[in-house]
Design a protein around this ligand. Sequence first.
Ligand code: PLP
Length: 383
Amino acid sequence: MQRGTRLIHHRLSMDAATGGVSVPIHQSVVFAQESLDQPGEYEYTRSGNPTRRALEEAIAELEGGNYGFAFASGMAAITAALSLFSSGDHLLVSRDIYGGTYRALAEVFPRFGLEVTFVDTTNLETVAAQIRPSTKGLYLETPSNPLMKITDLARAAALAREHGLITIADNTFMTPYLQRPLELGIDIVVHSATKYLGGHSDCLAGLAVTRDAGLARELTLLQNTLGTVLAPHECWLILRGIKTLKVRLLQQQRTATVLAEWLRKHPQVKAVYYPGLEGHPGRETHFRQADGGGGVLSFRLATPELARQVINNVRLPVIGSSLGAVESIISLPATMSHGSLPGELKRELGITPDLVRLSVGLEEAEDLQADLEQALDSPRGHR
Ligand SMILES: *Cc1c(COP(=O)(O)O)cnc(C)c1O
C-alpha cells in the first residue's frame, strides 16, 4: 500500500464490533473482567484503552514500526523516551532542538543525574568525537527547529549502533508521510502530534514508536508508570487528523515552496531557511531521507525591527508558537518557541530577533504572499 492509503486504512481503522468507519471513543476507565481469573484485553485506561490502541497502531504502521505509544503531549512522549536513561548516563543532543526539549534536558533531567552535551549533529565527526564510555543515547531533530539544519539519519544511526547508543528522532516537522527515521535505523521516533498529525490546533498530543521489543517493554512501563497517557477523545481527534495529513501537508508544502522562493528574492530578506530550496545546506541529504521540504520555513530580515514589523503587520498568519495547522502561524523563535535557550547559545545558533518562523497553513499562496508583501513594505503601520 502507498503511504497515502495507509493514512486511511490501517489494522484498527474501523470498529470491528459494528463496522463503524470511525473508531469509537471508548470513554471508559474501567473494563470489567469476565471473572477473577479472566482478565480481558483492557483493564484500566492508563494501561490501555481501545481508542488509544487504534491510534498507537496507526502511528506504528505509518512509521514502519511495531509498537506505538500515545501520550498527553509531545513533551510527555519526549519525557518518557528520555526516562529510558539512568543517572550517570550521558546523552548527545542536537543543538537547535525544540525549546521545550532543550529545557527538559538542560534543567530537569540533570537533576536526576543525566549528563547532556549539545552537539552539532549535522557534522557526525563532531558527534563521534564527543562519545564517552558513559554515552548511552543520541537525540536528533531533522530538519532542526527553526533553522532547518539537516542531520543524516542513516549515518547517525550507524554511528550510534557502533557505540551501542539508543537513537531518538523527533519527526514532528516531517511526519511519517515525508520521513520515516525507523527505516533508516533510528530506534525511537517521537512526535508532537499537536502539530501536523492533529493538524487543527485543537488537540495537544504526543506519540512514540519503536521496532524494538525490549524498548517497547520499557516504554510500556514508562507510559503506564508516568501516567502521561492521551485521553480517548484526544486519541480520536488525532486519528481523524491523520486521515487528511497527506492533502494538508502536500498543499502546505507547495505554498511553502512558493513563499520561500519569493522571500529569497525580496531585498529586505537576508536568508531563507527551507529544505526545499535549491542551495539549502544539507538539501541532498534531506531529500535522500525525506520526500519533501515540509510546510515550515524561517527567514532572516535585514533588522530585528523589520522582523517585529512583519510579525505585527501580517493579517492572515496568527502570531503563535505552534506549527503544522490549517491556519498559518508566524513567530519570533528567539522570544517564543526558543525563549528558554540561553542568550549566548541563541546567538551562536543564529536564533536572533531578526529571525522569523512561518508555518504555512491552507490559505491560498497568493493571499499569503500579498499579505507578507504588505507587511514587509509598510514601514510604519503597526497592528
Ligand atoms: C511542539 C513540539 C514539541 C512539543 O510538543 P507538545 O505537543 O507541545 O508538548 C516537540 N518537538 C517539536 C519539534 C515540536 O514542534
